[in-house]
Design a protein around this ligand. Sequence first.
Ligand code: SP5
Ligand code: ZN
Length: 349
Amino acid sequence: MKIFYSDNHRKHQPPFEVFDGGKRVPYLENTDRMDRILTALKKTDWADLTPPADFGLDPIYAVHDRDYIAFLASCWTEWLALDPEVAASPKQNAFLPATFALRRKPRVPSTLLGKAGYYMMDLSACIVEGTYEAALASANCALSAADFISLSTVNRPPSSFAFCRPPGHHAGKDYAAGYCFINNSSVAANWLSSKGKVAILDIDYHAGNGTQDIFYERNDVLTISIHGDPDFEYPHYIGYADETGVGAGLGFHRNFPLPKGTGDEGYLTALDEALSLIKDFAPKYLVLSTGMDTFDGDPLGKFKVTRDGFAEIGRRIAALGLPTAIVMEGGYANEALGQNVVTLLENFK
Ligand code: SP5
Ligand code: ZN
């Protein structure tokens, strides 16, 4: 299996994030996640790791606001220039706002911290020196995976793995959120959409709010997310069952919010419903936003999906028989993460 991977993710290592109640904790979306997956992939005889190609900024601007991307590119340097304490110990710091735009349609402030609260949704998308470079490499992995499935001439439906870090599905057109800066799956799906209809199935434990927002008014990209009910789970304000798209996009977004404690059986029931929607839509391509944080015991999740569950989830999605770009999102049970990813991917090799 073609696996697109860049070591540039190591440039993004925020020293902390902020949990509920203002608790500073080590950044859970860390490089160890990737190392665990790399180790597991290298033990297989089918993982073909390849560096991504550079697609430039145009496919990213096709999804994200230019001013937001410019903010990502320059905020770290601007912040160092503004705050001598940060400049004295950059490795101990991460850029986050302390004021948020909330329910307004505000003007974009001209100042750095004003922009931060406008372009950042929460306290777990910390920006450090190498964040922008890592996020670009991650998006290039997703684009490379999309390119590969669109060009492949094998006799069976092709698939590829975009081994992305940082993840992407919480990032919207003009905001960072939940460890995500550039929406890799959306950039890949939008790029594929010029060649035919695309479905994005998001199986990360958290609602794919960024992806939902980006395609909410479109009918050429069907977006579906299966996740912890936002009534109790991040991202809290989006991801409910009655959100189904707007305008031309009405009926082309679906959410499957599930209760705490959801195990294999409950998960697979929702998955079957999602898969039947995808069959009805009959896309040319599938982008699979793949988080493993539905796993029983994940520190950020409240589901109880097992490794056998991941095998069955993979089997049922692969049975769609669609060219599929599998894009890495979350998953924080690091000791189990490598084998969980391999278990899912094995169905597509
Ligand atoms: C890509 C992805 O999986 N992003 C997830 C971001 C979740 N951020 C959650 C912040 C709230 C943390 N609450 C933690 C409770 C732990 N017991
Ligand atoms: Zn997640």
